[in-house]
Design a protein around this ligand. Sequence first.
Ligand SMILES: [Ca+2]
Length: 176
Amino acid sequence: MPLAIAAYLSPLEITVTEGHVGQKEVAIQVCRQPSSEAVTLAVLTSANTAVEGSDFVSIPSNPRRDVTLSAGQTCTSVNVLIISDMTPETINKSFSFIMYAPQLPSASMIHLVSGHSQTIITVTDDDPVFTREISIALLFTANALDLNTFAPTHVILNTMVSILTGYFLNVGYPLH
Ligand SMILES: [Ca+2]
């Protein structure tokens, strides 16, 4: 009769702020019920709205990434890497950390507890959209515009604009 041992991930959901520069480590616990046998599990990441390579560092299925719990060890930690940036995002992005293919050295069995074989990682954006009230003073002169028919005048525009960080503001105005 094979021995059934439950394994699970902790936490089931985790929310982290993205950060601005470099990479950020998120620790996921891979755990199982106490056992005198070592066990090896495989883990991978699966993209959802977060994108591999730009939002997080992928753990692929090939080559297979193994995690081993030695005899008597109930938990070990695996780090997932979030890629930080300074770009405002329209949504908070998520991806999954998944464990699969548990193996014991003997003929015993290990079960992934239903609903506990996946951790959903949500990355919240921390780059603000700045809003500034600015006054734009434009001086039109005939010489500057090289328009002989355009009389020198001053135009003052008061306007509210929203500028995303990292973007430039372009001002357009009609010539009439
Ligand atoms: Ca961002």
